[in-house]
Write a protein that binds this ligand. Structure first.
Ligand code: TXA
Ligand code: MG
Length: 349
């Protein structure tokens, strides 16, 4: 039986001590961060890290992110930090940014999946930081979900699929950002290569006076045998069991409405759902399809917060196929579209 501690209102010190104890003994803890929930263990303990892979059913070649609480802890896990990396840390830590750095040897080699590098981040969440501090260990934590499933942004979404292999769940309520951290690597030429987009956008990074680019696999599937910068790019991600199709954003709303109407006409035997903006609900309902609203079209933060629980919700509905409304590929919209393309397995309407 796993234990659940409720830290939604406040962090209870006696329970925090118990969580720290579980980490120090090599146990597994699910905890909130500002992005999504993590499933964590002591990053220096081989066996504990192996148990994270087991709990998620995660491919062994996909390395984990290591979470730290302060710059002193960074010294224990990573080496050779350059000026560009330092600048990114100064600006964005604590926060939703993972930087790929040279790994130090005291980390379990399972964390890095045998790579010479490791992804490090300092989360901007009181509960996560308190757990790292109380255990005084760097914590390896991938997103808390079974591999391939949408990431967990509320404890109730992930409890059942993980409970058999987790010692303690810490409930911090719904996570703020809702999509995982931006993962980047500073290349030898000093250019920031974004491997996974997140709340910290390309625009945020270039505003610092740094040069940055999006990796080519952010909007494209990996072809058989192709080399990737981040193992996570190769693996199937986020797809609901229900068939899903992405409706690309267009400034001309009527153009999107016509596309949906045509799809409805051509599939009149099927029960169709659509994940849509609040503003479009009436239009789609008048076409006779089931609407699941995701937020206002002008509020990308609201959409990013809701995206993963909405992807999970689709599977609870009695529908054959679900259209998902895309957003503009700018700011956090780039990250939302990266997740939606994968969730729809590159099916586009
Ligand atoms: O917001 C987040 O980043 C959440 C919370 C819990 O912190 N964590 C998370 O972890 O999303 P995960 O394991 O689901 O995603 C980590 C991604 C994977 O795509 C992995 O391939 C990539 O980071 N990654 C980790 N270490 C890497 C490395 N050394 N080189 C390249 N990519 C790496
Ligand atoms: Mg994940």
């Amino acid at each position: 039986m796993s234990i659940v501690y409720d830290f939604k209102e406040n962090i209870k010190n006696d329970e925090l001590e118990k969580v720290a104890c579980v980490i120090n003994k090599g146990g597994i803890v699910v905890f909130p961060t500002e992005t999504v929930y993590g499933i964590g263990a002591d990053a220096t303990n081989d066996e504990a890290v192996a148990n994270i892979f087991k709990a998620k059913g995660r491919p062994q070649d996909n390395p984990l992110i290591v979470h730290i609480s302060d710059m002193e802890m960074l010294e224990d896990v990573a080496a050779d930090v350059n000026d560009v990396e330092r600048k990114l840390m100064d600006k964005f830590w604590p926060g939703p940014l993972t930087i790929i750095l040279k790994a130090k040897e005291n980390l379990s080699s399972r964390v890095t999946a045998g790579l010479p590098t490791v992804g490090i981040r300092m989360p901007d969440n009181k509960i996560a930081l308190s757990i790292i501090r109380a255990s005084n260990k760097p914590i390896a934590a991938p997103s808390a979900n079974v591999s391939g499933r949408p990431s967990g942004t509320r404890l109730e979404d992930i409890y059942d699929e993980l409970k058999a292999n987790v010692d303690v769940f810490v409930d911090g309520g719904q996570t703020d950002i809702g999509i995982e951290s931006t993962v980047l690597k500073v290349d030898e030429d000093g250019i920031v290569n974004i491997l996974r987009p997140g709340r910290i956008s390309l625009e945020d990074i270039t505003k610092l006076g740094l040069k940055a680019r999006l990796d080519k696999h952010i909007f494209a599937d990996v072809k058989e045998g192709e080399k990737v910068e981040s193992p996570g790019m190769k693996h199937r991600h986020y797809a609901p069991s229900t068939k899903t199709i992405l409706l690309e954003y267009d400034n001309n709303e009527n153009y999107m409405f016509e596309k949906v109407k045509k799809f409805v006409t051509n599939n009149n035997q099927k029960k169709i759902g659509i994940v849509c903006f609040d503003e479009h609900k009436n239009t789609y309902e008048s076409m006779g399809i089931k609407c699941i609203t995701i937020g206002s079209k002008d509020n990308l933060s609201e959409i990013s917060k809701a995206i993963f629980s909405t992807l999970r919700y689709i599977d609870t509905l009695d529908i054959d196929v679900c259209i998902i409304q895309g957003v503009k590929k700018e700011e956090v919209g780039t990250a939302i579209m990266n997740r939606l393309l994968r969730a729809c397995e590159y099916n586009i309407l």
